[in-house]
Write a protein that binds this ligand. Structure first.
Ligand SMILES: *Cc1c(COP(=O)(O)O)cnc(C)c1O
Length: 397
């Protein structure tokens, strides 16, 4: 049933082959096992499988062969021992935190994070007696000062949404280890190609696979990766009994997405770098934040922990909200959407969309101004995108 490749593979090859389970029909492409349950050849076999004495699938809330292929392929890419795929990125973040905390524990997180992650930590966890602290994660002293003996989980996103700030993962992992806590890294913006949090010392990595891993704007999905012991002791039972797993169909879409991840993300990053340079020189723009440019405020940390730039660019248009809306409304190729990592280029105004629920003060702390736009660069020709932006920026000011 398994593919018989035994050599150690490079990432692009893993993305095409790792984890493949081939059925008796010898299909080339990964099979879609659209089934809830599995039948057993005998009552004895059913008993043995439930006892864990015999390998095999039991029920798709627990595990499914198509989802299993996706999880194994992600493990190979990430260098993780085990993984569980979830119905969305938020299901991954929620499960990764909730499966390991109890009343009386403390969670420490960088405040610059995806809005729904903030809801879990600030609103949901305190209802169950889990305390939290949010800090400016870019300064390592802030982590050192806020850590407590009862801190169980540290959580960060790097680069952050939407301002593409970078946090020193290895340094934060050391702070976590000082009290035996676990560091969870939301690695969506870096993609598994350009940043390996587990190698940097993080204990758990989460993705919204909705983004670059699907990469073509179709299905929601997520994945949690860690060592086998952590998955066995924390996630395994939580997952079976609360049912946040990814559907076989969406797992299959994600598997096919992984096959082209390298070519898509490399191309999108190359285009993004070219657009970032164009924007940096544009008179209608006051600031460009791009993790591939030498003028990024944390270029030194980027050089240390990332092997590539980003498919995302943050930039500020002079003239605040009015001019910024004009830019968005004049664009023809680049579409207005809060999604990212798609093959279609997408732009969003965080102040009035993804980050509208934050107070003015909280937005100011995060550097989210009225002129800020976040651009997710797709697979279109770079020169068409630059022309689209140039026309819109000229019209705006
Ligand atoms: C999109 C996103 C999420 C949430 O993922 P969904 O698949 O939309 O649930 C979490 N973190 C980051 C950084 C994201 O970009």
């Amino acid at each position: 049933m398994t593919a018989n490749i035994t050599r150690k593979l490079r990432p692009a090859t893993q993305l095409v082959h790792a984890g493949t389970l081939r059925s008796g029909f010898g299909e080339t492409s990964e099979a879609l096992f659209l089934t809830q349950g599995f039948v057993y050849p005998s009552a004895e076999a059913a008993e043995a499988r439930f006892k864990g004495e015999e390998p095999g699938f039991i029920y798709s809330r627990y595990a499914n062969p198509t989802t299993d292929m996706f999880e194994k392929r992600m493990c190979a890419l990430e260098g993780a021992e085990d993984a569980r795929a979830t119905a969305s990125g938020m299901a991954a973040v929620a499960a990764a935190i909730i499966c390991q905390v109890k009343a009386g524990d403390h969670v420490l997180a960088a405040r610059a994070m995806f809005g729904s992650c903030r809801y879990i930590i600030e609103t949901l966890l305190p209802r169950y007696g889990v305390d939290f602290t949010l800090i400016d994660g870019s300064k390592i002293e802030n982590w050192q000062n806020a850590i407590r003996p009862n801190t169980k989980v540290l959580f960060l996103e790097s680069p952050t949404n939407p301002t593409l700030e970078v946090i020193d993962i290895a340094a934060v992992a050391q702070v976590a280890n000082s009290v035996g806590a676990k560091l969870i890294v939301d690695n969506v913006f870096a993609t598994p190609l350009f940043q390996k949090p587990l190698e940097l010392g993080a204990h758990i990595v989460v993705y919204s696979t909705t983004k670059h891993i699907d990469g073509q704007g179709r299905c929601l999905g997520g994945v949690i990766l860690s060592d086998k012991q952590w998955v066995d002791e924390n996630l395994h039972e939580y997952f079976r009994h609360t049912g946040p797993g990814l559907s076989p169909f969406n797992s299959w879409v994600m598997l096919k997405g992984l096959e082209t991840l390298t070519v898509r993300v490399r191309q999108q990053t190359q285009t993004a770098a070219k657009i970032a340079d164009f924007l940096a020189d544009h008179p209608a723009i006051s600031k460009v934040i791009y993790p591939g440019r030498a003028d990024h405020p944390q270029a030194d940390i980027i050089a240390k922990q990332m092997s590539g730039g980003s498919t995302l660019i943050a930039f500020e248009v002079k003239g605040a909200k009015k001019a910024t809306f004009n830019v968005e409304n004049t664009l023809e190729i680049i579409q207005i959407s809060n999604n990212l990592g798609d093959s279609k280029s997408l732009i969003t105004h965080p102040t009035t969309t993804t980050h509208k629920n934050l107070t003015d003060e909280a937005r100011a702390e995060l550097g989210i101004s009225d002129g800020l736009l976040r651009l997710s660069v797709g697979l279109e020709d770079a020169d068409d995108l630059i022309e689209d932006l140039d026309i819109a920026l000229k019209a705006a000011v």
